[in-house]
Design a protein around this ligand. Structure first.
Ligand code: KIV
Length: 266
């Protein structure tokens, strides 16, 4: 009998809310890390446009392009056997009219083996969410801190406008989104939103009462260069592990210890 858990589909993901089962989501951007993340048993992998920052080294997510998202999503989609794979729609690929948004989101589903898209927006993106959903494209919405609106929001700040946050989440729910990311909002507002919507809320910096949580893989692994946000717990220090391993290799080459007989051919 196979020990591989069955594939998480959008309906199974949604059903976890009613079942009271917490949902774990983590980002990944390439084949080897997506395989490890998938094997660890998370319910969903997000190919986030955070790749512009943590993989490409840019100062914001605004630099990610649709072609780049598809390039990374194709690798992640091929690696995942269990997790639902959701791909971020980069700025401004869904802000260019609903027909162009369908065309762009459809490219993600046609050119990768991923199953859903995510877009930043609530009330303001109702028309686009409805259009994508009626085209058969599952949509995860994203409200609260919206990294693609960093300039309008004046930086990466906790969002506290309760009425706006609630309206955004409820609008996304009504428009047919299957889930909503709540980023950097007070825990009590996230709790209220989670109770008020029918679909799973996935928090990042939104407290413990969301239906699930998402983290950026590089933050979790201790690979983030520079500032790691307060909400992003590091479960490992792979940055130090990698630097130490490379330094040992450098030393062994310099000292003539590597390669030894064991790594040599006769
Ligand atoms: O791009 C991303 O990684 C995200 C998560 C922070 C939710 O949007």
């Amino acid at each position: 009998m196979s020990s591989v858990p069955s594939r998480i589909t959008v309906p199974k993901f949604v059903a976890m809310k009613a079942a009271g089962r917490k949902i774990t989501v983590l980002t990944a951007y390439d084949y080897p890390t997506a395989r490890l993340v998938d094997a660890a048993g998370v319910e969903a992998i997000l190919v986030g446009d955070s790749l512009a920052m943590v993989v490409q080294g840019h100062a914001s997510t605004l630099r990610a392009t649709l072609d780049e998202m598809i390039y990374h999503a194709e690798m992640v989609g091929r690696a995942a056997e269990h997790a639902l794979v959701i791909v971020d729609m980069p700025f401004p690929s869904f802000l260019v009219g609903k027909y162009k948004a369908i065309e762009n989101a459809a490219r993600v589903l046609k050119e990768t083996s991923c199953q859903a898209v995510k877009l930043e927006g609530g009330v303001d993106q109702v028309e686009v969410i409805e259009a994508l959903v009626s085209a058969g494209i599952p949509v995860m919405a994203h409200v609260g801190l919206r990294p693609q609106s960093v300039h309008r929001q004046g930086g990466y700040r906790v969002q506290r406008d309760r009425e706006q946050l609630l309206a955004d989440a409820q609008a996304a729910d009504r428009a047919g989104a299957f889930s909503i990311v709540l980023e950097c909002i007070p825990a009590d507002i996230a709790r209220e939103i989670t109770a008020a919507v029918s679909i799973p809320t996935i928090g990042i910096g939104a407290g413990a009462d969301c239906d699930g949580q998402v983290l950026v893989l590089h933050d979790l692994l201790g690979l983030t260069a520079g500032h790691r946000p307060r909400h992003a717990k590091a479960y490992a220090d792979l940055g130090t592990t990698i630097t130490d391993a490379v330094a040992r290799y450098r030393d062994e080459v310099r000292e003539g210890v590597f390669p030894s007989e064991e790594q040599s051919f006769r």
